[in-house]
Design a protein around this ligand. Sequence first.
Ligand code: G6Q
Length: 548
Amino acid sequence: MTETVPQGLCRDFDRLPAVTLLRRLAEKPFDLTAPSALTVERLTTYRCHAAGFDLLYATQRIDERVLDALQALADEGRAIGQFLLMQQGAVLNRIEGFAGENRQVLHTACRDLFAEAPLAPETTAQAQAELVKLRAFLAELESGALTNAAGKPFADLVQIGIGGSDLGPRALSLALAAFAKPGRRVHCLSNVDPDDAAAVLKGLDLSRTLVNVVSKSGTTLETLTNEELARRAFAAAGLAPERHFLAVTGQGSPMDNSARYLRSFYMFDSIGGRYSATSMVGAVMLGFALGYEQVIELLRGAHAMDLAAAEPEIRRNPALLSALIGIWNRNFLGCESVAVLPYSQALVRFTAHLQQLDMESNGKSITRAGRDLAWQSGPVVWGEPGTNGQHAFFQFLHQGTAIVPVEFIGFRESQYGAELLLQGTTSQEKLVANLLAQMLALATGQPHANPNQRFAGNRPSSLLIADRLTPYAMGALLAFYEAKVVFQGFLWNINSFDQEGVQLGKKLANGFLAHFAAQRENFLYNGSEADPRGWALLEAAGLRAKRR
Ligand code: G6Q
């Protein structure tokens, strides 16, 4: 099925009747500071469960009337209808009437393996075929059938990729390091900054290192530069790169050349970079680090959340509810950013992944019909793990002039279970006690005679909590945010799947590079495309640009 969005599905946000109602309700949002606001009943019933996670949302500025209006918004904006069309292969990555990527959006097909009847069978079959290749490769490594030239097992894997080919896999591998197989380490190299490569390669025994080059297009400047740099390091060490280098790329891309790689895996056009962590983009590195079974667990968790995300009742669908609460805070309460604060050190790069997922998807100013937006789209997303953040920017969250809604993420148990009982509590208890305390403090505030010790309160937050950050839970958490982001995009009527906004800078960088290359050849570059503003900027920056 490759149909586009049926007429009437892309409806402008400000024309949805629920928007008018929500605007009225936002004039007097629920007061979290009122003495009777956070009742036991509210705290225990404003809770929504799926795929091992509970979403606790009593500390948001919403009540039953707002929830009903948000349900109406989801229904009128056909949030679930569009989500299902996406999963079935509709061409949602497009701007009506204008040139663009014109692609299906099928990241959920990568984990629809456990369904009897996959929604996009062709793409799921492709994903399955790549998994079969991966399982065979990992089994060869495990059995010792595949070793380095000296017959020793591989111990390290360096993933070279950037953006969507880096952030998700990096966040996931850090999140799941507690489950790594003994003797296996993974590293990520993304930046074209030569110091990134030097730091990553330093100290590695290259003879026992695999390099996984990940680029869907096979043309990305940073990735190709780092690949070449790594190939030269291997060659300089007397090692044959084709015995160490793996590729994950699109079929037919310039990197689709099996002679240059020990193994090649494919990713497909219908899976956007920032949505690709559960494709081979993440699976190869995670498979090396954790083993094949844990990759399947990750996919199982993601699939469970995908299923939950298809539930039309917002009170029973955490991803949709979270998307709608985000819209309430953004479009009706006027909050310009959202902080995602995991109380889990393992999620140290997860917010960075979400920054790309959310801001590259929903940082848009036109509708899917190419018209200027008359409403706000995606907020700024930022954050760091707690409790570290408490000693840094929480002052701003509690007493700053901007209201920043917070999405807390927590776990009831630690990953390693290596606990210390000190002063009557474990470290994990200290961690979650702080998390819950922050939710209450932000919501209720504190009156005080001393204005400097006054907390205004009414600072909204919610908590997504599960038992333990396992591969299954990580998959569910990843899919939760993927669904949240696309629901918001559907309702805002924007294309959450392209990224034209990154093109102009890339193009201009090529102009500067042409200048540097020409300068190295000892003649002055004076191409017709040379922009006097570029020359002036090079001069001002002391980068030895000269005008002819
Ligand atoms: C993500 C973007 C972008 C992309 C990188 C890497 O959605 O498309 O971040 O992932 O630019 O692209 P390649 O995988 O093609 O190297």
